[in-house]
Design a protein around this ligand. Structure first.
Ligand code: FAD
Ligand code: FES
Length: 297
């Protein structure tokens, strides 16, 4: 089991955890993700590794509370243990240097694009970043991204911070002054990744998106994460999670992700009721393990 070493609220419903996971920390590369299980009644959910420290044996994740499992996770505290942390999974992002790149994060996708932006900058690229959110209180990692970027743009849907509008507005603005953009990385809500891909397809700029289909095993065996890219079926966990945004069938991805909406709503309602009725005071009683490390991939 894997101990939570620190917990910090970054924004409304967005929490950062540093977790003890030495084997994962040693092998992590930008673009990798984990599959975690909070307790032995819980489902497996994929989360991007935002950062790692091989010396300290830790990994950092940033989680947005949207349903039952992310809610359960957000209720865990420093000192608690997660039952499983499997990873690093997925293909690392191919990092090339000496170009001009734009990294775009929407909502919690900002956390997912951050390690990629950092690796691209380290490889010698000129880096522009665009952070988009519904409103000011949902902007995360602004200082961290400003520190590594040559230019940073902020957009909010409601105009409470940065420019009022969408990330594609900021991208359009940047492309007017910078004609040599070699590639774009966009991570966020599916609708945002689709909008960015549509915008750049017409301009012929290679665009990579990190897909977020339902995942279960994360090892290519269950087929839950299948997506259509360029007319071919791919498994996001082993073929991705990044794909050429110009070839992704986003409509199918959105439809598949909505398949269990009613069940997910019922599950979170039941969980909320159990908390209200005091049936779950502290949801996880994972005992302190005798051996704190479990060999993972
Ligand atoms: C490769 C990858 C990396 C991700 N990285 C992050 C991250 O760094 N931070 C973050 O906050 N979120 C991340 N996500 C999304 C995160 O996995 C889902 O938000 C989480 O699984 C929702 O679970 P839930 O029980 O709280 O919500 P639910 O109520 O079960 O679901 C709400 C919505 O979340 C999605 N979802 C549900 N279960 C899964 C699942 N097993 N796999 C994928 N999506 C699911 C569906 O679209 C669903 O409609 C990532 C997803 C993928 C595929
Ligand atoms: S999550 Fe099972 S095949 Fe990808």
């Amino acid at each position: 089991m894997f101990q939570i070493l620190s917990k910090e609220t970054l924004a409304k419903s967005i929490t950062k955890f540093v977790i003890e996971a030495p084997y994962v920390a040693r092998k992590h590369k930008a673009g990798n993700f984990l599959i975690i299980r909070v307790n032995d009644h819980g489902e497996r959910i994929p989360l991007t590794i935002v950062d790692s420290n091989p010396d300290a044996g830790t990994v950092t994740i940033i989680v947005q509370t949207i349903g039952k499992t992310t809610k359960l996770l957000s209720l865990q505290n420093e000192g608690d243990y997660l039952l499983d942390v499997a990873g690093p999974l997925g293909n690392p992002t191919p990092i090339h240097g000496n170009g001009t790149v734009v990294c775009i994060g929407g909502g919690v996708g900002t956390a997912e694009v951050y390690p990629i932006a950092r690796a691209l900058k380290k490889a010698g690229n000129k880096l522009a970043t665009i952070i988009g959110a519904r409103s000011k209180d949902l902007i995360i990692l602004e200082n961290e991204l400003r520190e590594i970027s040559d230019r940073t743009f902020i957009t909010t849907d409601d105009g409470t911070y940065g420019k009022k509008g969408f990330v594609t507005d900021a991208l359009g603005e940047y492309l007017q002054v910078e004609s040599g953009v070699s590639s774009i990385y966009a991570i966020g809500p599916i609708i945002m990744m689709k909008a960015v891909s549509d915008f750049t397809r017409a301009r012929g700029i290679p665009t990579y998106v990190s897909l977020n289909p339902i995942m279960m095993d994360g090892t290519g065996m269950c087929g839950a994460c299948r997506v259509t890219v360029g007319g071919n079926t791919k498994f996001a966990c082993v073929d991705g999670p990044e794909f050429d945004g110009h070839l992704v069938d986003f409509e199918e991805l959105m439809t598949r992700n909505r398949s269990y909406m009613e069940l997910e709503r019922m599950s979170v309602d039941r969980f909320d009721a159990e908390i209200r009725e005091g049936k779950i005071s502290h949801p996880v009683q994972n005992p302190k393990p005798k051996v704190s490390e479990v060999a993972n991939a």
